[in-house]
Design a protein. Structure first.
Lengths: 194, 121
C-alpha cells in the first residue's frame, strides 16, 4: 500500500539538512566538471505516494528522466528529473559542440544524473553511516501505469534549482524507499538527533 | 571567562552539531538564529565575539549577513560553515570579511584548529 512518508518535524529538519549538505557536495562536483560557479537553491523536500509522484513530476513533457537503483543497508531507487531548459548551455560548458546529437544529449543527461544524484545519495549515506551502492542510471519515459505498480511505498522528492552564470536548470531528485529502508533511516536520524 | 557566540543556521541539526563541536576547553554564552534576518537582529542588539554562520538560509542568506557586518561598527570574528564550498564562494566570503571557511559536515578537530589560529585556545 502506498502512503505518505511519516517523519516528525525534527526528523524532517535533519533529513533536509543532510540532503542540503549532500547537494552542496554534488554542486561542487558539477562546478569542477564545467569549471563554472553554480548557485543552488535551498532544497525543497516533500513526501508523496507513487501516484501523487506521477502527477507531481511527470505531467510535463519538458524534462528528461532517469532512474537508478541502489542496494545496501537501505535499498530503493533514485529518480532524477532534469529540465530541458538550460541543458544546451551546460553541454557547451562540458565542451560538447552544437548541434547536439541524440547520443550527446543522452550522454550529458546520464552524466549529470550520475554526478548529482550519485553525490546526493553517497553524501546522505555517508552522514547516516549507511552503506549503499548505486547502479548506473538509465533514461526512461514515464507512464502512469508504471507508477501505480511501483514496489516502493515511500517517495521523498527533493527539488533544487541550479543557477549557472549563463543559464539555470531545475533538477528534482526522488528517493523511492520501502518500509524497511524508511524505518532504518528514521532510526538512524533519531540516533544522530539524540 | 565565557565567549559570546552566535550560531546562525536554519537547521536545528546543524546548530546542534556546531554547538556540540565547540572546543570543551572554553565556556560559552550561546545564542542561536534560525535565519539571516534573526542573525542580523541579534547582532544589532548584542555584541558577540564569534559568529558561526551558515550561508544557505531563508530570508537573508549568509552573504547578506556578512554584507550587514561590513556596515556595522563592531563585527565579531566570523567562521562560515557551509555545504556550498565551491572555490568562488569561499573567495567571496573571505573578501567579505570572514576569518575562515569550514565545510559541512563540520569536523570537530578542524573547528578546534581554527579556534587555536584565532587565539581562542
Amino acid at each position: 500500500m502506498s502512503k505518505v512518508l511519516s517523519l516528525n518535524s525534527e526528523q524532517q529538519d535533519a533529513l533536509q539538512e543532510l540532503l542540503n549538505i549532500s547537494m552542496g557536495q554534488a554542486a561542487n562536483s558539477l562546478a569542477q566538471l564545467i569549471e563554472t560557479k553554480i548557485d543552488i537553491s535551498i532544497p525543497k523536500i516533500s513526501a508523496v505516494t507513487p501516484t501523487q509522484l506521477f502527477s507531481l513530476l511527470f505531467e510535463t513533457e519538458n524534462a528528461y528522466y532517469t532512474r537508478q537503483s541502489f542496494l545496501g543497508n537501505i535499498h530503493g531507487e533514485v529518480m532524477s528529473v532534469i529540465s530541458r531548459s538550460g541543458l544546451s548551455e551546460v553541454a557547451e560548458l562540458m565542451d560538447y559542440d552544437e548541434p547536439l546529437s541524440k547520443h550527446d544529449i543522452q550522454e550529458i543527461i546520464l552524466e549529470l544524473c550520475n554526478i548529482l544524484a550519485g553525490a546526493c545519495l553517497s553524501g546522505l549515506s555517508e552522514q547516516l553511516e549507511l552503506i549503499t551502492n548505486l547502479n548506473m542510471p538509465t533514461l526512461f519515459q514515464p507512464k502512469k501505469a508504471n507508477f501505480d505498480e511501483l514496489n516502493w511505498q515511500h517517495s521523498l522528492v527533493m527539488e533544487v534549482q541550479f543557477e549557472i552564470a549563463i543559464s539555470s536548470f531545475i533538477m528534482r531528485v526522488v528517493f523511492c524507499l520501502d518500509d524497511v529502508s524508511l524505518s532504518k533511516i528514521k532510526t538512524t536520524l533519531d540516533e544522530i538527533l539524540e | 571567562m565565557s565567549i559570546s557566540v552566535l550560531v546562525a543556521d536554519d537547521s536545528k541539526l546543524s546548530r546542534r552539531s556546531v554547538i556540540r563541536s565547540l572546543p570543551q576547553e572554553l565556556t560559552y554564552n550561546i545564542a542561536e538564529a534560525t535565519n539571516g534576518e534573526e542573525a542580523i537582529h541579534a547582532l544589532s542588539e548584542q555584541k558577540f565575539e564569534l559568529l558561526l554562520l551558515d550561508l544557505t538560509m531563508p530570508t537573508v542568506d549568509g552573504i547578506g549577513v556578512l554584507k550587514f557586518l561590513n556596515t556595522s561598527e563592531s563585527a565579531p570574528n566570523v567562521i562560515v560553515i557551509s555545504a556550498d564550498f565551491q572555490p568562488e564562494k569561499q573567495k567571496n566570503v573571505m573578501e567579505l570579511g570572514a576569518k575562515r571557511f569550514l565545510r559541512k559536515p563540520l569536523d570537530k578537530d578542524e573547528l578546534a584548529m581554527v579556534f587555536f589560529e584565532l587565539g581562542y585556545l
